[in-house]
Design a protein around this ligand. Structure first.
Ligand SMILES: Cc1ncc(C[n+]2csc(CCOP(=O)(O)OP(=O)(O)O)c2C)c(N)n1
Ligand SMILES: [Mg+2]
Length: 314
């Protein structure tokens, strides 16, 4: 299990490092919101899910897309705006989607996919399907009205959904304590009627274990559950670089999170020969994905208005 988790974690880290390096060339045609430092949340929770389960995410969605099994080549092509991308080059980094892998979409508009996820969970329940939904969002999204409305409905209908708040403590450049009168997000989830727990340490193995327990609980029909996962964004809110010079946070604050980097923690648990093999395979896969994106064509102007709306006939 450690090898699989390490592969997933290392792969996400390296994909984003490659994207950061490519970004200044202007080949990547959309803003990128990197999740470097936060990968363990997506990898941990997705390790507890089954292939038929689905996830909904945010514009900071590279980690979730890859952790749930989204296609890497199509992801990089999407960042490049190419027609071979997962949204035919029209969505970019903020709108990754791979329904076959259970990645049901993401949005640049904060909080919106929480309601989409609840709707999907309602459909699963009405159809008596065994799958569950995991809805990922940031601490800032919990300030949107749709957060409370969606959690209320999920409790009312006892839906098979796990809410995962990736609490990196910031919404752009503003700390949670400057935004929330009551920063205890779990208390708000409990007040709406569901069990809630905070995972304090961003530790991958802990996230996997807690994830498995709550996913089992939800799958057995016990209704929604709320997980707040404390984590930390290492890079700037949007873009490829660091932003400590801006002054809204300090390098000292980031240091403990970097000291407990989960990529290194997991690496230490793996046989060094296997580790090298895994890393070599991942590097080759990433190089091939970037080559694929580079050599793919842009969409033709003729399809500008295609795939924009879904026509539903009565
Ligand atoms: C409805 C809406 N309001 C404001 C914004 C501008 N905005 C973009 S990202 C962001 C911060 C959200 O923070 P959080 O939910 O904690 O996610 P993080 O970026 O930390 O992953 C804001 C306010 C937006 N995109 N959508
Ligand atoms: Mg945040």
């Amino acid at each position: 299990m450690h090898e699989q988790l390490y592969r997933s974690l290392y792969r996400i880290r390296r994909v984003e490092e490659h994207a950061a390096r490519a970004y200044p060339s202007d080949k990547i045609k959309s803003p990128v919101h990197l999740s470097i430092g936060q990968e363990a949340v997506s990898v941990g929770v997705c390790a507890a899910l089954e292939p038929n389960d689905v996830v909904f995410g945010t514009y900071r969605g590279h980690a979730l897309y890859l952790a749930k099994g989204g296609d890497l080549k199509q992801m990089i092509a999407e960042l490049y705006g190419k027609v071979t991308g997962c949204a035919r080059g029209k969505g970019g980094s903020m709108h990754l989607i791979d329904p076959e892998a259970g990645v049901m979409g993401a949005s640049a508009v904060v909080g919106t996919t929480i309601a989409n996820a609840v709707g999907y969970a309602y459909a699963l329940k009405l159809r008596r399907e065994p799958a569950i939904v995991a809805s990922f969002f940031g601490d800032g999204a919990t300030e949107e009205g749709v957060f409370a409305e969606s959690l209320n409905f999920a409790v009312l209908k006892q839906l098979p959904i796990l809410f995962v708040c990736e609490n990196n403590q910031y919404a752009i450049h503003t700390h949670q304590r400057q935004r929330q009168g009551r920063p205890d997000i779990c208390a708000r989830a409990r007040a709406l009627g569901m069990p809630a727990e905070c995972i304090e340490n961003n530790e991958l193995l802990n996230l996997v274990e807690r994830g498995k327990q709550v996913v089992g609980r939800i799958r057995s029909g016990l209704g929604p559950h709320f997980m707040e996962a404390m984590t930390y964004r290492w890079q700037e809110h949007v873009g490829p670089g660091a932003d400590f010079h801006l002054g809204y946070r300090t390098e000292d604050e980031a240091q403990p999170w970097k000291d407990s980097d989960q990529v290194h923690r997991l690496a230490d648990l793996i046989d060094p020969v296997r580790r090298t093999e895994i890393e070599t395979e991942v590097e080759e896969e990433i190089a091939a994905a970037f080559d694929f994106a580079e050599s793919s064509p842009f969409p033709s102007p003729a399809e500008l208005h295609e795939h924009v709306f879904q026509e539903v006939c009565a």
